[in-house]
Design a protein around this ligand. Sequence first.
Ligand SMILES: [Zn+2]
Length: 426
Amino acid sequence: MILSGGRIIDPANNLDTVGDLRVEDGVVRTVAAGGTRLEGRPDERVINCAGKVVCPGLIDIHVHLREPGQEYKETIESGARAAAAGGFTAVACMPNTKPVIDNASIVRDLRAKSDAARAARVYVIAALSKGMVNQELAEMADLKDAGAVAVSDDAFQVQDAEFLRRAMEYAHMLRLPVLTHCENTSLTDSGAMNEGYTATVLGIKGLPREAYEMDVARNILLSLMTGAHLHVLHVSTAREVELIRWGKAQGANVTAETGPHYWCLTDEACRGYHANAKMNPPLRTETDLAAMVEGLKDGTLDCIATDHAPHAAYEKQVEFVSAPFGIVGLETSLALGITHLVQPGHLSLAALVKAMSTEPARVLRLPGGTLAEGSPADITVFDPEAQWVVEPEQFVSKGRNTPFAGQTLTGRATLTVVGGEVVYGD
Ligand SMILES: [Zn+2]
C-alpha cells in the first residue's frame, strides 16, 4: 500500500514534509520525503492523501474499556473500534474493572481479545494492589510477564504513603511505570465538582484543588525517594503543572498527561447540572486551562490522554451529585486538540502529533510513535481542515456521555492503519 501525497509529520524523526509512504508486510518500508513520488506496483493499493496529514498512529494511554464485568458500558472490541475511529492505533486500558485486572490470566485474556478485535491495539495496565483495595501488592512480575505495560491505582488512589513507597520500589525493580490518580480523599469526600464560586452558586459540595496537588507533591517525592517512574494521570490544576515542572527540575523520573476537557472547559460547564460535565478530577477554571496549554507547550505535560470513561445513558441521567464521574473521549480528542490548541496557535500540528503519539509511546515504552523505516505500520491519516458536528449517537463507542455534543469541531481521522491493515476508514 502507498499513502500518496500527504503531509508526513513524524516528530520522532523531525520530519514534516509532503511525500509518499510505502507500507509492506506490516511495516513502514519507505518514506519518500520532499515531494518524491513512489511508483505503485500492480499489486499495490495507492491511497490519495493529498491535503491530509500522515503521522505515526495516535496512542491514548488512559482509557477505561470496562471489560471484564461492565460490558454494557464498553468492551475491548467496541473500545478498540472507537479508538480506531478516533485515529488511535493503540490504547492502554485501566484495571478498575469487575473483577479488577490484578492477575495474569485476565491480562492474557484481554490481550487475546485485543488481537481478535482487529482494530486499535489494546495494551493492559494492571492493578497496583490486589483487588485495588491497597492492602497487598499485586503480583507485578507475573502481570508483566503476561503483558501488562504499567501498574496503576486509577479510581482507587493509594492514601497510605508507605504502601505506595513499597509499590514503587517493587515496580521500579521490574521497570514498570506507576500511574497514579493523585487525590487525598480525606478532603474530597462526597464532593462532585471543582470547589469554588460556581459550586457555591449551584449548591454542590466541592472537590478542592489542594486535595489533588498535595498528592502530586507527595508522589513526586516518593518517586525521588525510590527512583520509580511516576506518571501523573489527568493533571487538572495550574499548581499541579508547577509541581511537575519542579519535580522534573529536581531530576525526578516523572511524566504527566492532561486530557482535552482540561484545556477546553471550565467548571462553568456544570451550570444546568449537566452530568456530562462531571468527572474526577473536576473541570477547573480559566487559569488552569491556560496552565494546561503552557504545560503542553513546554513539555512539562508530556502527553495527551483522554481518560475515556463510558457510562450507560441511564447512569448519567440522574441528579448531578449521584451521577458517576467520567466522559468518553476517544472520538473527539484529535479534533479538540486541533480546534483548541492548533487553530488558536498554541501548538503546531507536529507538536500535537508528538503529544498524541511519540510521547505516549515513550512514556509507556510501547512500540509505535514513529514512522521510521522498518517500524510497525501503525499510521493515522487525518484531515486537519474537516469540520464536523459532534453527534454522540454516531459514536462507535457504546458510551454517549460527552459534554461536546452539538459542537462544531475541526479535524478528523480519515484512515487508521494498524500493523499494515486498514482498521478504519477508506
Ligand atoms: Zn481514569
